[in-house]
Design a protein around this ligand. Structure first.
Ligand code: KG4
Ligand code: ZN
Length: 364
């Protein structure tokens, strides 16, 4: 079964074709992505209306490119999967509208996929796919969660952030340092030149005894530190950005210290989740999963505890269409997708807010 996947929940338009036949390991037949990062950079963050309009421009040319890559006509598509939520409502509506129109034109079923389920299952397209059950650390721009995953559609929330997400902590700290959006990759590049012990930033809820996270306080601590360093050089020339008076080394030290704090919390809480569940496998997914220090420290900590860690391929860490096509395909393989959706007249709705654990409640 060939599933076309469309991702449009935020600032990336992703389209991909995945083969998920019978019980065979799903295979990626083609994929294309357009990132809107450059467009949003001028505003320091995602502008929802601009995002929706750009998705409209990109989605069909990307679909053509994917089919050309796979060497297949549109009629070879057996089902169309799209991101139904969570995400920006207008952006989600573009993907869902296009998916339902394609499904209607082809007379094929349409599957509304949960964005985080896409991230969660994305390592199944890697050369070293995990086996169920596992603990999943989902760390993206909008979410930080630890889940127990017993199978497709069987997700139990173990802990989550009570305020900012890990990616948000990277992005906001980067902004305070005057780095371009999205801050995560820029901050971790700068951190390579810094001393992670230069500043002691808080590790909130590290010893709370539960698996929840909190990253909002980190932003305040970084702001205070940057202000302190900037004020120490008040005699300097007037500057446009708060962090401008800082030396390159001071900025790198702040970046390295923030990254160390975020990674420390993510590693310790992941291991606590492993201990609590007794499971021996960890899957790391979402944009922050691309962070090199996180990979290094989780790898070392898990090796010491005899735990296997699985990641998606690096290019599938951030948002993409392949994970949506894959999740749609795996839901069909697991007998969970609504193959009868065609009979419902291709009605579609989107769910900008949609807890992942709700999927388990609706599973048979
Ligand atoms: O999963 P994703 O592409 O989009 C959402 O669903 O949110 O994640 C984007 C987030 C952003 O906050 C970005 O700064 C962060 O992932 N990110 C990173 C890295 N690459 C992306 N954070 C830290 N280190 C990275 N290398
Ligand atoms: Zn995402």
């Amino acid at each position: 079964m060939r599933i076309l996947g469309i991702e449009s929940s935020c600032d990336e338009t992703g389209v991909a074709l995945v083969d998920a036949s019978g019980h065979a390991t799903p295979r990626l037949l083609g994929q294309a992505l357009h990132s809107q990062i450059e467009m949003h950079q001028a505003y320091g963050g995602v502008v929802p209306e601009l995002a929706s309009r750009d998705h409209i421009r990109r989605v069909l040319p990307l679909t053509d490119a994917v089919l050309a890559q796979a060497g297949l006509p549109l009629s070879a598509v057996d089902a169309v999967a799209y991101t139904r939520g969570p995400g920006l409502a207008g952006a989600l509506l573009v993907g869902s509208g296009v998916a339902c129109a394609l499904g209607f034109a082809l007379g094929k079923p349409v599957i509304g996929v949960h964005h985080l389920e896409g991230h969660l299952l994305s390592p199944f397209l890697s050369a070293d796919p995990p086996e169920f059950p596992f603990v999943a650390l989902l760390v993206s721009g909008g979410h930080s969660q630890l889940m127990r995953v017993d199978g497709v559609g069987r997700y139990e929330l173990l802990g989550e952030t009570i305020d900012d997400a890990a990616g948000e902590a990277f992005d906001k700290s980067a902004k305070l340092l005057g780095l371009p959006y999205p801050g995560g990759p820029a901050l971790s590049r700068l951190a390579q030149q810094g001393d992670p012990q230069a500043y002691k930033f808080p590790r909130p809820l590290l010893h709370s005894g539960d698996l929840d996270f909190s990253f909002a306080g980190l932003k305040t601590a970084v702001l205070t530190q940057v202000k302190r360093l900037a004020h120490a050089q008040l005699d300097g020339p007037a500057t446009l950005h708060l962090a401008d008076p800082l030396s390159a080394q001071q900025k790198a030290d702040v970046a390295a210290s923030v990254q160390a704090a975020i990674v420390d919390v993510l590693v310790k809480k992941s291991l606590a989740a492993i201990r609590q569940t007794g499971l021996r496998r960890l899957v790391v997914a979402g944009g922050v999963g691309a962070n090199a220090l996180l990979r290094e420290q989780l790898g070392a900590a898990c090796a010491r505890s005899g735990v296997r860690v699985h990641y998606p391929e690096l290019h599938l860490c951030t948002d993409n269409g392949a994970m949506i096509a894959l999740a749609g395909g795996m839901r069909v393989q697991a007998g969970l997708a609504l193959a009868g959706e065609a009979s419902e007249g291709y009605r579609f709705d989107v769910k900008p807010r949609w807890p992942l654990a709700d999927l388990s409640a609706s599973s048979p």
